[in-house]
Design a protein. Structure first.
Lengths: 282, 204
C-alpha cells in the first residue's frame, strides 16, 4: 500500500448508498487498493484485505478511508427541506484526480469548453476574485467569483450573471456554490467527489443539492453529465499527466488564482499521489 | 410535433439528434432517466418501447425504436435526399453496420466510462476491427474521388456511422491509425446543421 499519509488520511466517496444497499457485493478500487462493498440488509460494509474499513453514510453517499481522517466535512444545505439532492452518477476519467479538482475550480474555460451554456466568447473575462486558505478547518475557499452565463442551470431560460463560491474540503473533494436561476438569494451546491483509483485514473462522482422545482431528476442529471463530459476531453489531454506542484512548471495568470493556491495547499500537505515528483522533472 | 425520448450521453440517441439537425426536421426532445452503467430498461420509456432502450421517436403514427427504422422515417420527411432510392441498399448496408458490428463501440464506451459490465479488452479489439472496415472503405472510395460512404453526397450512411466512429475515443480507441476516417469526419462536421455531443473532439 502507498505510504502517502496526506492521501490516506482522507474520506473518499465510493458512490450513492442505494447503488450498494441490497445489491450483490461490488468490487472497486481506491488508491491502488482493491476494496469490496457488501450491502448486508441495511448496513454497508467496505472490506480491504478481508477487514472492514471505517464507513460513513452522510449525504446519501458511501464514504470510506484507508487511514485516519478528520471528521467528514459539514454541508448544512443538505438539511434544507426544499432542496433537491440528486446523485448524478460517476464517470471514469484517465487523469490524475487532482487535475479533476483543479479543473472544477477554473472559470476561464467556461466560454470555450461549455460554449453557450456556462459561458460565451463575447464575455470571456474572469473578474478578480478572492481565495483564502481557512486554516482552522483546513479548507480552501474562493469567493466573490462572477461569470456571465447564457444557460447557468437546467432550469435556466435566460442568461444571468452567476455568482460562485468554491470550497475544497480535501485534496480530492470539492464543491461549488452558485446562484440558482429561480432563487437569487440562495446557493445551489454542486459537488465533485473524486475516487482516485490509480495516480492517473479517477472515478468522478457528482452530487447536486439544488433549488429547482421545474426540472425532472433526469434533466438535472443530464445537464450535469453533459457539462462533465465536455470537461473530460480536456482533462484527458492535459500534460503532464501527474499534477506538477513545482512553481515555474507552468505560468498562471490572475484568473488561475484558485489553481495556484490549490497547488500550494497540496504542496504544504506533502501529498505525492497523483503528483509529479520533483525527480521526474528533466 | 414529434417527440424524441433522449439522453445527452446516449450514442444511439445522438445519431437521431444528428439526423434531425442535418435534415432540419422539428422535434421536441424529452430527457429521460437513463443509467448507462446498468443493463436495465430506462423506466420512462418502457411504456413506449418494451426493451426500454433509447432513443424512442414518437410521431402521429406512434412510437418507433431502433436507429435504422427511425432513420427510414426521417428520410421520407426530409427535403433533401438523405436515403436516395438509387443507393437504397448501399445506405442500408452502412446503417445496419452501425447498428450491428459497430455497436461494440457503444458497449466498450459504457464499460470504460460508466463501469457497465463487459470485457473491455475484447470489446475494444472488436471495435478496432469494425473501425478498420470503415477506414478501408473510405480509403477505397477516396481513390475513386468520392468523399462519402455511399456515393458522391452525404447520406444517412454517414450520419449513422459517424457517432460510433467518433465516440471510439470514449472507448479508449484513438484515430491515429485511421487517416481516411480523420479526413471524412471533418467533412461530416462541416455539414450544415451539424451538432456534436460531449466526447466528440472538435479540434482536429
Amino acid at each position: 500500500m502507498i505510504d502517502d499519509r496526506a492521501a490516506l488520511d482522507q474520506w473518499y466517496m465510493l458512490g450513492a448508498l442505494d447503488s450498494f444497499a441490497g445489491h450483490a457485493p461490488v468490487a472497486t478500487r481506491l488508491l491502488d487498493e482493491e476494496l469490496e462493498v457488501h450491502g448486508i440488509g441495511k448496513t454497508i460494509e467496505v472490506r480491504h484485505d478481508g477487514k472492514p474499513l471505517p464507513v460513513r453514510t452522510d449525504y446519501g453517499c458511501l464514504w470510506t478511508t484507508l487511514g485516519q481522517p478528520q471528521q467528514l466535512f459539514e454541508m448544512p444545505e443538505a438539511r434544507e427541506p426544499d432542496r433537491r439532492s440528486v446523485y448524478c452518477g460517476h464517470v471514469t476519467v484517465r487523469a490524475s484526480g487532482l487535475r479533476l479538482i483543479e479543473n472544477f475550480l477554473d472559470l476561464a474555460h467556461f466560454p470555450y469548453v461549455h460554449t453557450d451554456i456556462l459561458g460565451t466568447e463575447a464575455h470571456p473575462e474572469v473578474a478578480t476574485y478572492e481565495v483564502e486558505q481557512r486554516r482552522e478547518v483546513d479548507e480552501l475557499w474562493a469567493t466573490k467569483c462572477e461569470f456571465f452565463q447564457p444557460r447557468a442551470a437546467a432550469a435556466s431560460s435566460d442568461g444571468q450573471i452567476s455568482r460562485y463560491m468554491y470550497r475544497v474540503v480535501s485534496p480530492f473533494n470539492v464543491m461549488l456554490y452558485k446562484t440558482p436561476p429561480t432563487a437569487p438569494n440562495r446557493w445551489d451546491v454542486i459537488a465533485l467527489f473524486v475516487q482516485p483509483v490509480e495516480p492517473v485514473l479517477s472515478k468522478a462522482h457528482m452530487l447536486m443539492l439544488v433549488i429547482d422545482d421545474v426540472s425532472s431528476d433526469a434533466e438535472l442529471v443530464a445537464f450535469q453529465q453533459m457539462i462533465f463530459m465536455q470537461d473530460k476531453i480536456v482533462l484527458e489531454n492535459q500534460r503532464p499527466l501527474l499534477l506538477p506542484l513545482q512553481p515555474g512548471r507552468e505560468s498562471p495568470t490572475r484568473a488561475d488564482l484558485s489553481s495556484v493556491l490549490y497547488r500550494r495547499w497540496l504542496k504544504e500537505k506533502q501529498i505525492s499521489y497523483g503528483v509529479e515528483e520533483p525527480a521526474q522533472v528533466a | 410535433m414529434p417527440e424524441l425520448y433522449d439522453h445527452i450521453l446516449s450514442l444511439e440517441a445522438y445519431t437521431i439528434r444528428l439526423a434531425l439537425a442535418v435534415t432540419g426536421i422539428a422535434c421536441e426532445r424529452r430527457t429521460v432517466a437513463w443509467n448507462p452503467a446498468l443493463a436495465i430498461p430506462a423506466p420512462d420509456v418502457v411504456g413506449l418501447n418494451p426493451a426500454g432502450t433509447l432513443p424512442v421517436y414518437v410521431d402521429a403514427s406512434g412510437p418507433l425504436a431502433g436507429v435504422p427504422d427511425i432513420l427510414r422515417v426521417l428520410a421520407t420527411q426530409a427535403d433533401a435526399p438523405w436515403w436516395p432510392e438509387a443507393t437504397d441498399d448501399v445506405v442500408a448496408r452502412w446503417v445496419d453496420m452501425a447498428a450491428g458490428p459497430l455497436a461494440v463501440v457503444s458497449q466498450a464506451r459504457s464499460a470504460r466510462l460508466f463501469g457497465a459490465t463487459g470485457d473491455l479488452v475484447a470489446l475494444q479489439a472488436a471495435a478496432r476491427a469494425a473501425l478498420r472496415q470503415i477506414e478501408d472503405h473510405l480509403t477505397d472510395v477516396a481513390i475513386g474521388g468520392a468523399d462519402w460512404l455511399a456515393g458522391p453526397q452525404a447520406s444517412f450512411a454517414d450520419i449513422a456511422v459517424f457517432p460510433p466512429v467518433m465516440l471510439s475515443h470514449d472507448a479508449g480507441i484513438g484515430h491515429e491509425d485511421y487517416p481516411a476516417i480523420t479526413l471524412w469526419q471533418r467533412r461530416v462536421r462541416r455539414l450544415p446543421g451539424f451538432v456534436g455531443m460531449p466526447g466528440i473532439p472538435d479540434y482536429f
